[in-house]
Design a protein around this ligand. Structure first.
Ligand code: EPU
Length: 337
Protein backbone atom coordinates (compact mmCIF):
# COMPACT_ATOMS: atom_id res chain seq x y z
CA UNK A 1 0.00 0.00 0.00
CA UNK A 2 1.55 3.25 -1.12
CA UNK A 3 1.26 6.50 0.81
CA UNK A 4 1.32 9.46 -1.53
CA UNK A 5 2.12 13.00 -0.39
CA UNK A 6 0.60 16.34 -1.42
CA UNK A 7 -1.92 14.55 -3.57
CA UNK A 8 -4.11 16.54 -5.98
CA UNK A 9 -7.81 15.89 -5.26
CA UNK A 10 -9.28 17.88 -8.17
CA UNK A 11 -10.38 14.75 -10.05
CA UNK A 12 -11.66 13.10 -6.86
CA UNK A 13 -14.43 15.60 -6.14
CA UNK A 14 -17.27 16.12 -8.60
CA UNK A 15 -17.23 19.88 -7.98
CA UNK A 16 -13.78 19.83 -9.58
CA UNK A 17 -12.34 22.04 -6.84
CA UNK A 18 -8.57 22.18 -6.68
CA UNK A 19 -7.39 20.96 -3.26
CA UNK A 20 -4.53 18.83 -1.98
CA UNK A 21 -4.24 16.10 0.64
CA UNK A 22 -1.13 15.93 2.79
CA UNK A 23 -1.30 12.11 2.61
CA UNK A 24 -3.31 9.94 0.26
CA UNK A 25 -3.96 6.19 0.19
CA UNK A 26 -6.04 4.04 -2.13
CA UNK A 27 -7.56 0.98 -0.47
CA UNK A 28 -8.11 -1.96 -2.80
CA UNK A 29 -9.03 -4.81 -0.44
CA UNK A 30 -9.97 -5.60 3.13
CA UNK A 31 -6.46 -6.83 4.01
CA UNK A 32 -5.07 -3.42 3.14
CA UNK A 33 -7.76 -1.92 5.32
CA UNK A 34 -6.55 -3.88 8.33
CA UNK A 35 -2.97 -2.81 7.57
CA UNK A 36 -4.10 0.82 7.34
CA UNK A 37 -5.10 0.98 10.99
CA UNK A 38 -1.46 0.31 11.99
CA UNK A 39 0.18 2.95 9.80
CA UNK A 40 1.56 5.92 11.84
CA UNK A 41 0.51 8.50 9.22
CA UNK A 42 -3.02 7.17 9.61
CA UNK A 43 -3.03 7.02 13.39
CA UNK A 44 -1.55 10.47 13.90
CA UNK A 45 -3.49 12.55 11.38
CA UNK A 46 -6.96 13.80 10.73
CA UNK A 47 -8.74 11.36 8.41
CA UNK A 48 -11.08 11.74 5.48
CA UNK A 49 -12.65 8.74 3.76
CA UNK A 50 -13.52 9.45 0.18
CA UNK A 51 -16.02 7.61 -2.00
CA UNK A 52 -17.00 9.24 -5.27
CA UNK A 53 -16.46 12.75 -3.88
CA UNK A 54 -19.95 13.68 -5.03
CA UNK A 55 -21.17 15.25 -1.84
CA UNK A 56 -18.25 17.37 -0.65
CA UNK A 57 -16.91 20.84 -1.09
CA UNK A 58 -13.22 21.43 -0.37
CA UNK A 59 -12.84 24.88 1.15
CA UNK A 60 -9.09 24.43 1.63
CA UNK A 61 -6.34 21.82 1.38
CA UNK A 62 -6.74 18.82 3.68
CA UNK A 63 -3.86 18.62 6.16
CA UNK A 64 -4.45 14.99 7.05
CA UNK A 65 -4.82 11.62 5.37
CA UNK A 66 -7.37 10.96 2.64
CA UNK A 67 -8.35 7.31 2.17
CA UNK A 68 -9.98 6.48 -1.13
CA UNK A 69 -12.33 3.49 -0.94
CA UNK A 70 -11.71 1.20 -3.92
CA UNK A 71 -12.95 -2.06 -2.35
CA UNK A 72 -14.62 -3.97 -5.18
CA UNK A 73 -17.01 -6.89 -5.51
CA UNK A 74 -20.73 -7.58 -5.84
CA UNK A 75 -22.20 -10.97 -4.82
CA UNK A 76 -25.56 -12.57 -4.18
CA UNK A 77 -25.53 -13.79 -0.57
CA UNK A 78 -28.94 -15.42 -0.48
CA UNK A 79 -31.75 -16.06 -2.88
CA UNK A 80 -35.30 -17.25 -2.18
CA UNK A 81 -38.37 -17.38 -4.37
CA UNK A 82 -39.24 -13.81 -3.39
CA UNK A 83 -36.07 -11.91 -2.67
CA UNK A 84 -32.28 -11.70 -2.96
CA UNK A 85 -29.69 -10.36 -0.57
CA UNK A 86 -26.87 -8.66 -2.46
CA UNK A 87 -23.62 -7.61 -0.87
CA UNK A 88 -21.63 -4.87 -2.52
CA UNK A 89 -18.24 -3.67 -1.41
CA UNK A 90 -18.11 0.03 -0.58
CA UNK A 91 -15.82 1.08 -3.43
CA UNK A 92 -18.18 -0.10 -6.17
CA UNK A 93 -19.92 2.68 -8.10
CA UNK A 94 -23.50 2.88 -6.90
CA UNK A 95 -24.84 2.87 -10.44
CA UNK A 96 -22.96 -0.36 -11.20
CA UNK A 97 -24.88 -2.01 -8.35
CA UNK A 98 -28.11 -0.58 -9.77
CA UNK A 99 -27.29 -2.00 -13.20
CA UNK A 100 -26.29 -5.38 -11.73
CA UNK A 101 -29.71 -5.58 -10.04
CA UNK A 102 -31.81 -4.15 -12.85
CA UNK A 103 -30.19 -6.45 -15.44
CA UNK A 104 -31.27 -9.44 -13.33
CA UNK A 105 -34.80 -8.13 -12.90
CA UNK A 106 -34.53 -7.38 -9.18
CA UNK A 107 -36.77 -4.59 -7.83
CA UNK A 108 -35.83 -2.02 -5.22
CA UNK A 109 -33.13 0.38 -6.35
CA UNK A 110 -34.16 1.18 -9.94
CA UNK A 111 -35.47 4.62 -8.80
CA UNK A 112 -31.97 5.38 -7.54
CA UNK A 113 -30.42 5.02 -11.00
CA UNK A 114 -27.57 7.35 -11.90
CA UNK A 115 -27.09 8.69 -8.36
CA UNK A 116 -23.37 9.52 -8.42
CA UNK A 117 -20.85 8.19 -5.92
CA UNK A 118 -19.82 4.90 -4.36
CA UNK A 119 -21.87 2.28 -2.54
CA UNK A 120 -20.06 2.89 0.77
CA UNK A 121 -21.22 6.50 0.84
CA UNK A 122 -24.90 5.77 0.22
CA UNK A 123 -25.96 4.99 3.82
CA UNK A 124 -24.09 7.98 5.25
CA UNK A 125 -26.51 10.50 3.83
CA UNK A 126 -29.31 8.00 3.12
CA UNK A 127 -29.37 8.78 -0.61
CA UNK A 128 -32.79 9.25 -2.08
CA UNK A 129 -34.42 10.02 -5.39
CA UNK A 130 -37.78 9.57 -7.13
CA UNK A 131 -39.56 8.30 -4.05
CA UNK A 132 -36.99 5.76 -2.82
CA UNK A 133 -34.24 6.00 -0.23
CA UNK A 134 -31.45 3.49 0.46
CA UNK A 135 -33.05 2.90 3.88
CA UNK A 136 -36.00 1.22 2.12
CA UNK A 137 -33.82 -1.65 0.87
CA UNK A 138 -30.83 -1.70 3.19
CA UNK A 139 -30.38 -4.92 5.18
CA UNK A 140 -27.13 -4.04 6.93
CA UNK A 141 -23.88 -2.10 6.75
CA UNK A 142 -20.44 -3.57 7.41
CA UNK A 143 -18.03 -1.05 8.92
CA UNK A 144 -14.71 -0.83 10.73
CA UNK A 145 -14.25 1.26 13.83
CA UNK A 146 -11.40 3.60 12.99
CA UNK A 147 -9.84 3.75 16.45
CA UNK A 148 -9.80 0.01 17.13
CA UNK A 149 -9.92 -1.56 13.66
CA UNK A 150 -12.80 -3.75 14.83
CA UNK A 151 -15.50 -4.80 12.41
CA UNK A 152 -19.15 -4.17 13.22
CA UNK A 153 -22.38 -4.95 11.39
CA UNK A 154 -25.06 -2.25 11.66
CA UNK A 155 -28.67 -3.30 11.15
CA UNK A 156 -31.01 -0.98 9.28
CA UNK A 157 -32.41 0.25 12.60
CA UNK A 158 -28.97 0.90 14.06
CA UNK A 159 -28.20 3.18 11.11
CA UNK A 160 -30.87 5.60 12.46
CA UNK A 161 -31.87 6.83 9.03
CA UNK A 162 -33.61 10.15 8.44
CA UNK A 163 -33.99 12.48 5.48
CA UNK A 164 -30.43 12.70 4.07
CA UNK A 165 -29.25 11.60 7.51
CA UNK A 166 -27.90 8.61 9.46
CA UNK A 167 -25.92 7.69 12.55
CA UNK A 168 -22.75 7.96 10.41
CA UNK A 169 -23.44 11.68 9.90
CA UNK A 170 -24.60 12.19 13.47
CA UNK A 171 -23.34 10.66 16.69
CA UNK A 172 -20.83 8.33 14.98
CA UNK A 173 -19.51 10.90 12.53
CA UNK A 174 -15.93 10.11 11.52
CA UNK A 175 -15.79 7.00 13.68
CA UNK A 176 -16.49 4.25 11.15
CA UNK A 177 -15.27 3.26 7.70
CA UNK A 178 -18.03 1.59 5.67
CA UNK A 179 -16.57 -1.42 3.89
CA UNK A 180 -19.72 -3.03 2.47
CA UNK A 181 -23.48 -2.73 2.19
CA UNK A 182 -26.11 -5.50 1.93
CA UNK A 183 -29.41 -4.74 0.21
CA UNK A 184 -32.61 -6.79 0.04
CA UNK A 185 -34.24 -6.70 -3.38
CA UNK A 186 -37.43 -8.27 -4.68
CA UNK A 187 -37.90 -10.74 -7.52
CA UNK A 188 -41.63 -10.11 -7.88
CA UNK A 189 -42.91 -6.81 -9.20
CA UNK A 190 -42.77 -4.08 -6.55
CA UNK A 191 -42.66 -0.86 -8.49
CA UNK A 192 -42.81 2.60 -6.95
CA UNK A 193 -43.94 5.24 -9.41
CA UNK A 194 -45.63 7.61 -6.97
CA UNK A 195 -43.09 10.40 -7.44
CA UNK A 196 -44.87 13.05 -9.52
CA UNK A 197 -42.15 13.74 -12.10
CA UNK A 198 -41.62 10.03 -12.72
CA UNK A 199 -45.34 9.31 -13.03
CA UNK A 200 -45.80 12.21 -15.45
CA UNK A 201 -42.81 11.12 -17.55
CA UNK A 202 -44.16 7.57 -17.93
CA UNK A 203 -47.66 8.82 -18.80
CA UNK A 204 -46.48 11.46 -21.23
CA UNK A 205 -44.31 9.00 -23.12
CA UNK A 206 -46.88 6.19 -22.98
CA UNK A 207 -44.43 3.89 -21.23
CA UNK A 208 -45.70 0.67 -19.69
CA UNK A 209 -43.57 -0.63 -16.83
CA UNK A 210 -42.54 -4.19 -17.71
CA UNK A 211 -39.61 -4.50 -15.34
CA UNK A 212 -37.22 -2.50 -13.15
CA UNK A 213 -35.29 -1.59 -16.29
CA UNK A 214 -38.22 0.51 -17.56
CA UNK A 215 -38.08 2.64 -14.42
CA UNK A 216 -34.30 2.76 -14.41
CA UNK A 217 -34.30 4.04 -18.01
CA UNK A 218 -36.96 6.65 -17.23
CA UNK A 219 -35.14 7.94 -14.13
CA UNK A 220 -31.89 8.06 -16.10
CA UNK A 221 -33.54 10.15 -18.79
CA UNK A 222 -35.15 12.55 -16.29
CA UNK A 223 -31.89 13.00 -14.38
CA UNK A 224 -29.92 13.60 -17.58
CA UNK A 225 -32.39 16.27 -18.69
CA UNK A 226 -32.20 18.19 -15.40
CA UNK A 227 -28.93 17.56 -13.67
CA UNK A 228 -25.59 18.65 -15.10
CA UNK A 229 -22.99 15.96 -15.80
CA UNK A 230 -20.09 16.62 -13.38
CA UNK A 231 -17.63 15.54 -16.08
CA UNK A 232 -18.72 18.58 -18.06
CA UNK A 233 -19.80 21.02 -15.33
CA UNK A 234 -18.53 20.66 -11.75
CA UNK A 235 -21.33 20.14 -9.22
CA UNK A 236 -22.40 17.98 -6.28
CA UNK A 237 -26.07 17.38 -7.09
CA UNK A 238 -28.51 19.08 -4.73
CA UNK A 239 -26.49 21.56 -2.75
CA UNK A 240 -29.23 22.10 -0.14
CA UNK A 241 -31.76 19.83 1.52
CA UNK A 242 -35.45 20.42 0.92
CA UNK A 243 -37.27 22.23 3.72
CA UNK A 244 -39.80 20.52 5.99
CA UNK A 245 -42.38 22.61 7.88
CA UNK A 246 -45.41 21.88 10.06
CA UNK A 247 -48.99 22.61 9.01
CA UNK A 248 -49.14 25.92 10.85
CA UNK A 249 -46.02 27.32 9.25
CA UNK A 250 -47.19 26.08 5.89
CA UNK A 251 -50.57 27.87 6.21
CA UNK A 252 -48.79 31.15 6.93
CA UNK A 253 -46.48 30.71 3.98
CA UNK A 254 -49.32 29.76 1.64
CA UNK A 255 -51.21 32.93 2.57
CA UNK A 256 -48.34 35.12 1.48
CA UNK A 257 -47.17 32.91 -1.41
CA UNK A 258 -50.23 31.08 -2.83
CA UNK A 259 -48.15 29.37 -5.55
CA UNK A 260 -45.77 27.60 -3.18
CA UNK A 261 -45.56 23.91 -4.14
CA UNK A 262 -45.82 21.39 -1.30
CA UNK A 263 -45.70 17.65 -0.73
CA UNK A 264 -47.10 15.81 2.29
CA UNK A 265 -44.53 13.47 3.80
CA UNK A 266 -44.72 11.75 7.19
CA UNK A 267 -46.90 14.35 8.95
CA UNK A 268 -44.72 17.16 7.64
CA UNK A 269 -44.89 19.28 4.55
CA UNK A 270 -41.99 19.36 2.15
CA UNK A 271 -41.31 22.66 0.42
CA UNK A 272 -38.92 22.19 -2.50
CA UNK A 273 -35.88 24.36 -1.91
CA UNK A 274 -35.42 24.54 -5.70
CA UNK A 275 -38.65 26.56 -5.89
CA UNK A 276 -37.59 28.90 -3.06
CA UNK A 277 -34.23 29.56 -4.74
CA UNK A 278 -35.79 30.02 -8.17
CA UNK A 279 -38.31 32.47 -6.72
CA UNK A 280 -35.52 34.58 -5.31
CA UNK A 281 -34.34 35.01 -8.89
CA UNK A 282 -31.25 32.80 -8.67
CA UNK A 283 -31.92 30.21 -11.34
CA UNK A 284 -29.31 30.38 -14.11
CA UNK A 285 -27.45 33.24 -12.39
CA UNK A 286 -23.68 33.30 -12.66
CA UNK A 287 -21.25 35.05 -10.34
CA UNK A 288 -17.78 34.79 -11.86
CA UNK A 289 -16.71 31.16 -11.90
CA UNK A 290 -19.70 29.84 -9.95
CA UNK A 291 -23.44 29.84 -10.47
CA UNK A 292 -26.87 28.30 -10.01
CA UNK A 293 -27.79 25.72 -12.63
CA UNK A 294 -30.26 26.87 -15.28
CA UNK A 295 -32.45 23.74 -15.11
CA UNK A 296 -32.33 22.89 -11.38
CA UNK A 297 -32.01 25.73 -8.90
CA UNK A 298 -30.91 23.35 -6.14
CA UNK A 299 -27.64 22.69 -7.95
CA UNK A 300 -24.62 24.97 -7.61
CA UNK A 301 -22.04 24.72 -10.37
CA UNK A 302 -18.36 25.39 -10.93
CA UNK A 303 -17.85 26.84 -14.42
CA UNK A 304 -14.16 25.99 -14.16
CA UNK A 305 -11.37 27.05 -11.85
CA UNK A 306 -13.60 28.11 -8.94
CA UNK A 307 -12.39 27.79 -5.36
CA UNK A 308 -14.42 26.14 -2.62
CA UNK A 309 -14.58 29.52 -0.93
CA UNK A 310 -16.33 31.04 -3.98
CA UNK A 311 -18.93 28.25 -4.00
CA UNK A 312 -19.43 28.70 -0.26
CA UNK A 313 -19.92 32.46 -0.65
CA UNK A 314 -22.57 31.92 -3.30
CA UNK A 315 -24.28 29.32 -1.08
CA UNK A 316 -24.44 31.80 1.80
CA UNK A 317 -25.88 34.49 -0.44
CA UNK A 318 -28.58 32.06 -1.52
CA UNK A 319 -29.33 31.07 2.09
CA UNK A 320 -29.56 34.73 3.01
CA UNK A 321 -31.95 35.75 0.27
CA UNK A 322 -34.26 32.75 0.83
CA UNK A 323 -34.36 33.63 4.52
CA UNK A 324 -35.10 37.30 3.80
CA UNK A 325 -37.98 36.48 1.47
CA UNK A 326 -39.56 33.36 2.98
CA UNK A 327 -38.25 33.21 6.54
CA UNK A 328 -37.03 29.65 5.85
CA UNK A 329 -33.50 28.49 6.53
CA UNK A 330 -31.83 26.37 3.86
CA UNK A 331 -29.43 23.70 5.14
CA UNK A 332 -26.61 22.47 2.89
CA UNK A 333 -26.66 18.79 1.97
CA UNK A 334 -23.06 18.97 0.81
CA UNK A 335 -20.30 18.55 3.42
CA UNK A 336 -17.81 21.40 3.71
CA UNK A 337 -14.26 20.11 4.28
N1 EPU B 1 -38.39 23.13 -8.30
C1 EPU B 1 -38.50 24.43 -8.78
N2 EPU B 1 -37.42 24.95 -9.43
C2 EPU B 1 -36.28 24.27 -9.60
C3 EPU B 1 -36.16 22.95 -9.10
C4 EPU B 1 -37.25 22.41 -8.45
O1 EPU B 1 -39.53 25.07 -8.67
O2 EPU B 1 -35.34 24.84 -10.20
C5 EPU B 1 -39.57 22.53 -7.59
C6 EPU B 1 -40.68 22.07 -8.50
O3 EPU B 1 -41.89 22.33 -7.83
C7 EPU B 1 -40.47 20.54 -8.57
C8 EPU B 1 -39.95 20.26 -7.19
O4 EPU B 1 -39.15 21.38 -6.88
O5 EPU B 1 -41.68 19.86 -8.79
C9 EPU B 1 -39.13 18.99 -7.09
O6 EPU B 1 -38.05 19.03 -7.98
P1 EPU B 1 -37.20 17.73 -8.34
O7 EPU B 1 -38.11 16.60 -8.67
O8 EPU B 1 -36.17 18.10 -9.33
O9 EPU B 1 -36.53 17.30 -6.96
P2 EPU B 1 -35.81 18.11 -5.78
O10 EPU B 1 -36.72 18.10 -4.61
O11 EPU B 1 -35.32 19.43 -6.26
C10 EPU B 1 -34.80 15.93 -4.74
C11 EPU B 1 -33.46 15.41 -4.29
C12 EPU B 1 -32.63 14.98 -5.49
C13 EPU B 1 -33.40 13.91 -6.26
C14 EPU B 1 -34.76 14.49 -6.68
C15 EPU B 1 -35.64 13.49 -7.36
C16 EPU B 1 -32.97 16.57 -2.23
C17 EPU B 1 -32.11 17.58 -1.55
N3 EPU B 1 -32.77 16.41 -3.52
O12 EPU B 1 -34.57 17.14 -5.48
O13 EPU B 1 -31.42 14.41 -5.01
O14 EPU B 1 -32.69 13.47 -7.40
O15 EPU B 1 -35.47 14.95 -5.51
O16 EPU B 1 -36.19 12.62 -6.44
O17 EPU B 1 -33.80 15.96 -1.56
C18 EPU B 1 -29.17 14.95 -4.45
O18 EPU B 1 -29.46 14.69 -3.28
O19 EPU B 1 -28.01 15.31 -4.76
C19 EPU B 1 -30.20 14.88 -5.48
C20 EPU B 1 -29.96 15.21 -6.74
Amino acid sequence: MEILKNYDLTKLNTFGIHAKALYFIELKNELELQELFKIPEFKKNEKLFLGGGSNILFIKDFYGIVVSNRLKGIEVLKETEDFVLIKSMGGEWWNDLVNFSVDRGYWGIENLSLVPGTVGATPVQNIGAYGVEIKDVLENVEAYEINTGEKKVFSNKECKFGYRDSVFKGELKGQYFISAVVVKLYKKESKNIRYKTLQEYLEKNNIEVTGPKTISDAVTEIRKSKLPDPKILGNAGSFFKNVYVDQEKFERLKKEFPDVPSFNEDNLIKIPSGWLIENCGWKGKRLGKVGIHERQALVLVNYGGATGEEVKNLAFQVIDSVYQKFGLKLVPEVNFI
